[in-house]
Design a protein around this ligand. Structure first.
Ligand code: 13P
Length: 254
């Protein structure tokens, strides 16, 4: 059984005060949650204070992006070393917004994944097709390439420990969710590909989250699919009630 992982990606939202209030509520309301991993990914400026609030709790902190170098002349960037120092355990890489607006490539994602494991941080590596790619039947080719190259610098043990996130670009922030069948079809294909490259034991362990307009009302169906091991939540992670709605569905299955 793979342990579910529910992560909230705040993107470029919430001030330090707003984020601190949110995680204080989440920390208290999640105190008895034990059957899943919960992660929040604040904007970089809020990581350190949020990690202070969550120290000793069951909620972990993630970065939303990183550079692959440890340090250097890269104005505006931050390194895995710095993210770890600020309190992160996970770092999201390859998010479609980074790929779309900041020219992040599969090769860059592979370097980031390597650097994160070198610093004992767990990547949450995002893949997903655009609407145009889906409509021209390129979904599986695009994702296979993102998975193959993105994981290419890792060992089988590292792939077993990574978190993958399937986020169809057309479902992000649109209110338009992939059906559970559409999502499961891609998740199963990703797991099959991992099995082909890294072996079945690795594929059985790797966790694959779904992301794209996940909310309390659709979480049950999505998270009930055999190859969906959690959710990467955007909009619905910005309030305690909305995020807890997703978490409590999972917790109620204990
Ligand atoms: P939404 O849940 O707002 O669609 O965002 C999904 C996402 O991009 C999470 O990384």
């Amino acid at each position: 059984m793979r342990r579910k992982i529910i992560a909230g990606n705040w993107k470029m939202n919430l001030t330090v005060a707003e984020g601190t209030a949110l995680v204080t509520a989440l920390r208290d309301r999640c105190a008895k949650v034990s059957n899943m991993d919960i992660v929040v990914a604040p904007t970089a400026t809020a990581i350190y204070p949020i990690a202070q609030v969550l120290a000793g709790s069951m909620i972990a902190v993630a970065g939303q992006n990183c550079h692959w170098a440890d340090k250097g002349a890269y104005t505006g960037e931050f390194s895995p070393v710095q993210l770890k120092d600020a309190g992160c355990k996970y770092v999201i890489i390859g998010h479609s917004e980074r790929r779309q607006y900041f020219a992040e490539t599969n090769e860059g994602v592979a370097k980031k994944a390597r650097a994160l494991f070198d610093h004992q941080l767990t990547p949450i590596l995002c893949v997903g097709e655009t609407l145009e790619e889906r409509e021209s039947n390129k979904t599986f080719d695009v994702i296979a390439e993102q998975v193959k190259v993105g994981l290419s610098a890792l060992s089988a043990d590292e792939v077993a420990a990574i978190v993958l996130a399937y986020e169809p670009v057309w479902a992000i922030g649109t209110g338009r969710t992939a059906t559970p069948e559409q999502a499961e079809e891609v998740h199963a294909a990703i797991r099959k590909q991992v099995a082909e490259i890294y072996g079945q034991a690795t594929a059985d362990k790797v966790r694959i989250q779904y992301g794209g307009s996940v909310k309390a009302s659709n979480a049950a169906q999505l998270l009930g699919q055999p190859d969906i091991d959690g959710a990467l939540v955007g909009g619905a992670s910005l309030t305690a009630d909305a995020f807890m709605g997703i978490i409590l569905y999972e917790e109620s299955k204990k």
